[in-house]
Design a protein. Structure first.
Length: 129
């Protein structure tokens, strides 16, 4: 099953690296959408079917934590897996995000294998054909 994935990070380079890692890891990708902050991501989510979100914490306009808060308030986070990909984030902050519904946390820098593992875990992928 191909996944529509939303990459939310203020760095174009980081969004490109995550997209490349997804491809190198062999993740079945339908479409990749991008947003440079949480507010833009919410707009994308209103227009497009998204199966999985990778989001940074530190972004201008609307940071990752506020983005997660908005998804939690609307109930969307219950059926939309969100993975935080960040170099920022203390243990308590990451736990707080997980308590709000974030499914996983990936520390930057990461490998394609780490990305594959987290996609498999949060999307319930059990085999690779």
């Amino acid at each position: 099953m191909a996944f529509n994935i939303l990459l939310v990070d203020d760095s174009l380079t980081v969004r490109s690296v995550i997209a490349k890692a997804l491809r190198l890891a062999g993740v079945d990708i339908g479409q990749i959408y991008e947003a440079c902050h949480g507010a833009e991501a919410l707009t994308v989510l209103e227009r497009e079917w998204i199966d999985l979100v990778f989001a940074d914490i530190s972004m201008p306009v609307m940071d990752g934590e506020e983005f997660v808060d908005r998804l939690a308030a609307s109930g969307a986070i219950e059926h939309l897996p969100v993975v935080i990909v960040s170099s920022a984030g203390s243990g308590p902050r990451i736990q707080r995000l997980k308590d709000k519904g974030v499914r996983a946390y990936v520390q930057k820098p990461f490998t394609p294998e780490q990305i594959r593992e987290v996609v498999d875990k949060v999307m319930g992928v059990t085999n690779h054909e």
